[in-house]
Unconditional design. Structure first.
Length: 125
C-alpha cells in the first residue's frame, strides 16, 4: 500500500469515528493524518509526513483555549471535577482555582489533559 493512501485511510477512519463519538480531538487527528497524506503524496520521506501530522495535531489542540463552557454538574466538588457543556456535548473537566462555582456558570477552557478539559472562571490571556 502506498504511504499516501495509508495516511488518507487513517484520516478518514478517524473522522468517521469522530462523527460517531462526538469528541473533537479525533477530528483534529483525522485532519492531521490528511496533512500527512498530502506530504506523502508529494513524495516526502516517511519521517516528513509523520512530523508534519504531529505538528498539525499539536496545533489543533490549542484551538480550545479561551472557549466558553457551561458547568452542568459537579462530579466531585472537593476534587474540582465536573461535567461541562462544550460544543454541544458533555465533557469531563477539572475546574482550576478555588472559586465557588454553581451549575450553569460560564467558564473558560484553560487547557486539556488528555480528554479532560481544564477550565477556570477567567479567560486565559
Amino acid at each position: 500500500m502506498q504511504p499516501a493512501l495509508a495516511w488518507l485511510l487513517l484520516g478518514l477512519v478517524l473522522v468517521v469515528v469522530e462523527l460517531l463519538s462526538g469528541t473533537f480531538y479525533l477530528l483534529i487527528l483525522g485532519l492531521a493524518a490528511g496533512v500527512g497524506s498530502l506530504v506523502a503524496w508529494l513524495g516526502g520521506p516517511f519521517w516528513m509526513p509523520a512530523l508534519l501530522a504531529s505538528a498539525a495535531a499539536a496545533k489543533g489542540n490549542s484551538m480550545d483555549v479561551g472557549q466558553t463552557v457551561v458547568l452542568e454538574s459537579w462530579v466531585s466538588e472537593p476534587q474540582r471535577l465536573a461535567k461541562v457543556r462544550y460544543r454541544d456535548a458533555s465533557w469531563e473537566a477539572e475546574v482550576l482555582g478555588e472559586d465557588h462555582v454553581e451549575p450553569g456558570a460560564v467558564l473558560y477552557v484553560s487547557g486539556a489533559d488528555g480528554n479532560r478539559l481544564e477550565v477556570s472562571t477567567s479567560r486565559a490571556a
